[in-house]
Design a protein around this ligand. Structure first.
Ligand code: SF4
Length: 434
C-alpha cells in the first residue's frame, strides 16, 4: 500500500494537484488553464531557462538545455514522454500517468512546439497508466500524432537509449553512446526523451509562468522504509531530509538509501542535508528520481545494501561483460557480508569494485551497484566491521521477518471521476494496494 499525502494547502502549480486520488478529466485540466493555445513556445523556453527547471528522471539535466539540443537540428525531431520508472522505490511517474495524463500530454505538446517535433510517443510499462493515457488522447486529441508504446518493466528499460531502441522495434536495452538520442534517436531523428514529471512541470510553467521558480524548485518524492506505508508527496527543494523523515513517520531513521538505488546509502548525520540536487551531489549522494528509502534503526544497512545489490544483479541486462561479472561479484560479496560468512578481504574487494566499476557499463546500473558498495563502506564502517566479525547487534536484535528489506513501492490507486461520482461506490481515497 502506498499513500499520497498532499502538501498542507496545495497551491496552484503543484504536480500533485488538488485531487490526486482521481484521474483528471480534460475538462478539469482545461479549467486550471491547461492546453492554452496562446502560449508562445519561445517565451515558454525563456521561462524554463530562467526557472532553472531540471529533469526529474534521475540525471537532473537542465530542461531548457535539453530542449535546445533537439530544437537546433534540421531533421524533423521526435519527442518522447518517458514514464518507465525503473527504480523499485519510485511510484511517482506511474501515478502521474494514471492520475494526471493531460498534464503530461500538455507538457509533451509544449515540448513538441519548442523543438519543432512532428510526432510524439508516450513510453510506459504500467497497464493502468497506458489505459489512462489512451483515454486522455481520445478525450483531447493532440495537434501532432502521439503513440503509446509499451515495454516490459525492468530497471534499465527507461534509460534513454533503451527507450529509443524499444520504440524503433528492438529490445528495451541501452546502447553505447554516442550518439545520444538528441543527435540520432527514434528512426534516426533527433529525439527528446523527457521524464513525465519534467513534462508536467513544463506544462505547469506554460500555465503559470509567474510561479515558474516554485514549479522548478519543488519535486515529487516517494518515501519508504519506515514503519508507515510508503508515501508519495510533493515538497519544495531545501527541506531537510530529517524533516521529511519525520513527516513520513520515520523520525528515528538511522540513514537512507537515496535516489532509488542510484544515490547509495547515507548515515544519520546526512539527514541534516537539504533535499536539493546540488547539495546532495556535493555530499556524495544523489536525489535521482526522488525516491528515498529511510533506514529504521532496527534495520541493518548491510542487509539493505545486500538487497539493493541483489536487485541490481538480477536486473543486469547482461549485455556488457563487466556489468555481468561486476554486479554479480558485488551482490555475492554483500550477500556474504549480510549473512556473516564473508572472508576478511571482502571490504577491500568492495572498495576496489566501488572505484573501478564506475562508468564502465553502457548504462547507470553498474554505477549504482558500485555506488551501493562504496557508500556502505563510507557511511556505515562500524556495521561492516560487525558483519565481518559475524556479530552485528542490529541483526541480532531484528525479528526474522525484519531481516530483508522490501525495496519495491506500489503505485497508489487512482479512481476515475466517474467511479468517484457513482453512488454507493466510494473511492479508495489516497491509498493504493497493487
Ligand atoms: S551496464 Fe549492465 S544493465 Fe547497463 S547495459 Fe550494460 S549489461 Fe545492461
Amino acid at each position: 500500500m502506498t499513500t499520497i499525502r498532499l502538501p498542507t494547502a496545495p497551491p496552484p502549480g503543484t504536480v500533485l494537484g488538488a485531487a490526486p486520488h482521481l484521474t483528471e478529466s480534460a475538462d478539469a485540466y482545461r479549467a486550471t488553464g491547461g492546453y492554452d493555445p496562446a502560449v508562445d513556445p519561445e517565451e515558454l523556453l525563456a521561462h524554463l531557462a530562467a526557472s532553472g527547471l531540471r529533469g526529474r528522471g534521475g540525471a537532473g539535466f537542465p530542461a531548457a538545455v535539453k530542449l535546445r539540443s533537439v530544437r537546433g537540428r534540421d531533421d524533423s525531431p521526435v519527442v518522447v514522454a518517458n514514464g518507465e520508472e525503473g527504480e523499485p522505490g519510485s511510484a511517482k511517474d506511474r501515478w502521474l500517468l494514471r492520475a494526471r495524463p493531460h498534464l503530461v500530454l500538455d507538457g509533451l505538446v509544449r515540448a513538441a512546439a519548442v523543438t519543432g517535433a512532428v510526432r510524439g510517443y508516450v513510453y510506459l510499462s504500467d497497464a493502468a497508466a497506458g489505459e489512462s493515457v489512451r483515454r486522455a488522447l481520445a478525450e483531447h486529441p493532440p495537434p501532432l500524432p502521439v503513440e503509446v508504446v509499451e515495454t516490459g518493466h525492468t530497471y534499465v528499460a527507461g534509460e534513454e537509449s533503451a527507450v529509443v531502441r524499444r520504440i524503433d522495434g528492438g529490445p528495451a536495452l541501452p546502447t553505447a553512446k554516442p550518439p545520444r538520442p538528441f543527435e540520432r534517436g527514434v528512426g534516426g531523428a533527433p529525439t527528446l526523451v523527457s521524464n513525465v514529471e519534467t513534462l508536467a512541470r513544463i506544462a505547469l510553467t506554460a500555465t503559470r509562468p509567474d510561479l515558474r521558480r516554485a514549479i522548478a524548485r519543488s519535486t515529487l518524492v516517494t518515501l519508504s522504509g519506515g514503519p508507515a506505508a510508503p508515501m508519495l508527496t510533493e515538497v519544495p527543494y531545501g527541506i531537510p531530509l530529517r524533516t521529511l523523515a519525520a513527516r513520513y513517520g520515520a523520525p528515528e531513521a538511522a540513514g537512507a538509501l537515496m535516489g532509488g538505488l542510484f544515490g547509495g546509502l547515507v548515515d544519520a548525520d546526512a539527514l541534516d542535508l537539504p533535499l536539493e540536487p546540488g547539495a546532495l551531489t556535493a555530499a556524495g549522494t544523489a536525489l535521482g528520481c526522488g525516491a528515498v528509502h529511510f533506514l529504521a534503526p532496527t534495520r541493518c544497512p548491510v542487509t539493505t545494501a545486500a538487497d539493493a545489490a541483489a536487485h541490481l544483479a538480477a536486473e543486469s541486462a547482461r549485455q556488457c561483460g563487466v556489468c555481468v561479472s561486476g554486479t554479480s561479484a558485488v551482490g555475492k560479496a554483500l550477500n556474504g557480508l549480510a549473512a556473516g560468512t564473508a572472508g576478511p578481504d571482502t571490504a577491500d574487494s568492495l572498495l576496489r569494485w566501488s572505484q573501478g566499476l564506475t562508468g564502465r557499463g553502457a548504462c547507470g546500473l553498474l554505477d549504482a551497484a558500485a555506488g551501493i558498495a562504496g557508500s556502505l563502506l563510507r557511511a556505515f564502517p562500524g556495521h561492516v566491521r560487525s558483519h565481518l566479525a559475524a556479530s552485528c547487534p542490529v541483526c541480532a536484535a531484528a525479528a526474522p521477518a525484519d531481516g530483508r528489506h522490501r525495496l519495491t513501492v506500489a503505485v497508489p490507486e487512482v479512481a476515475s471521476p466517474l467511479t468517484a461520482a457513482a453512488p454507493g461506490n466510494p473511492v479508495p481515497v489516497l491509498k493504493g494496494t497493487s
